[in-house]
Ligand binder design. Structure first.
Ligand SMILES: Nc1ncnc2c1ncn2[C@@H]1O[C@H](COP(=O)(O)OP(=O)(O)O)[C@@H](O)[C@H]1O
Ligand SMILES: [Mg+2]
Length: 242
């Protein structure tokens, strides 16, 4: 497997007035195509910051981020926006769906924003994705008519509509009950088995256990890694990072 994501000595500093906070202190990371990696850490450890830099939502203060042939740390805002639209699917804790659009319109929106588009093919693909995710019957509803688990499945369909190079998930189960969490994690595992590369950040050991590999972040540094599988072992390691 070739490295799809290569991160070297990545640093991110937040400056709020006089206060300077180093959120990432030199992170190195490599993600192979087809991987499912969980980044695990306590609140404030730098998980979202790292994910935002990998997805081109923000820019680093130092270091490099390569995703495929793109050197994100050298790109301007316009180039990053285009890169995100074409190559990245994002899933967030609070779904971030657009309330006044139907489920179908939410899913199709990122595809309709692409330069080259085929509306008929997009409709077919959104239909297939929604059916595949078990919410084919909800297409004409609005997000607020659905349960949290259903809304997250809509968000997954939206993230996958452009067949992204990389699926990034920020606490995807953080706002779900345990049954819905398991469903969402099962869906992510199945897409990964079909070849989708996934990078997920979470502070939930049960979610992290579903990944092939778990990386631990603490105070802006990656400090350890272990295989997925055992939520108990992951929880133990996390507890040691206080
Ligand atoms: N825009 C920002 N401005 C200032 N500080 C920030 C900003 N975003 C995050 N931080 C700080 O950086 C640290 C890491 O944040 P974050 O990456 O969101 O952590 P996590 O996702 O692991 O909870 C936290 O201490 C947070 O308060
Ligand atoms: Mg976060």
């Amino acid at each position: 497997m070739s490295a799809l994501v290569q991160i070297a000595d990545l640093k991110k500093v937040y400056q709020t007035g006089e206060v300077r906070f180093e959120a990432l202190k030199g992170v190195c990371l490599s993600v192979a195509a087809g991987d499912f990696i969980a980044i695990m850490g306590h609140s404030g450890s730098g998980k979202s910051t790292l994910l935002h830099l990998v997805g081109g939502l923000d820019r680093p203060n130092a270091g490099s981020v390569h995703v495929g042939d793109f050197a994100l740390h050298t790109m301007n805002e316009t180039a990053l926006a285009k890169f995100r639209r074409v190559h990245i699917g994002f899933i967030f804790q609070f779904f971030n769906l657009i309330d006044n659009l139907t489920v179908r319109a939410n899913v199709e929106l990122p595809a309709l924003l692409l330069e080259k588009k085929d509306k008929k093919a997009i409709r077919e693909r959104s239909k297939r994705l929604l059916e595949r995710l078990g919410i084919g019957g909800q297409s004409d509803k609005h997000p607020w008519e659905l349960s949290g688990g259903q809304q997250q499945r809509v968000a997954i369909a939206r993230a996958l509509i452009n067949t992204p190079t990389l699926l990034l998930a920020d606490e995807p189960t953080g706002n779900l009950d345990s049954a819905s969490s398991q469903e969402v994690l099962q869906i992510l595992s199945e897409f990964n088995e079909q070849g989708q590369t996934i990078l997920m950040v979470t502070h939930d050991p049960i979610a992290a256990a579903r990944a092939k590999c778990v990386l631990f972040i603490h105070d802006g540094c990656l400090v350890d890694s272990m295989p997925g599988g055992s939520a108990k072992k992951i929880a133990q390691r996390l507890a040691e990072l206080r």
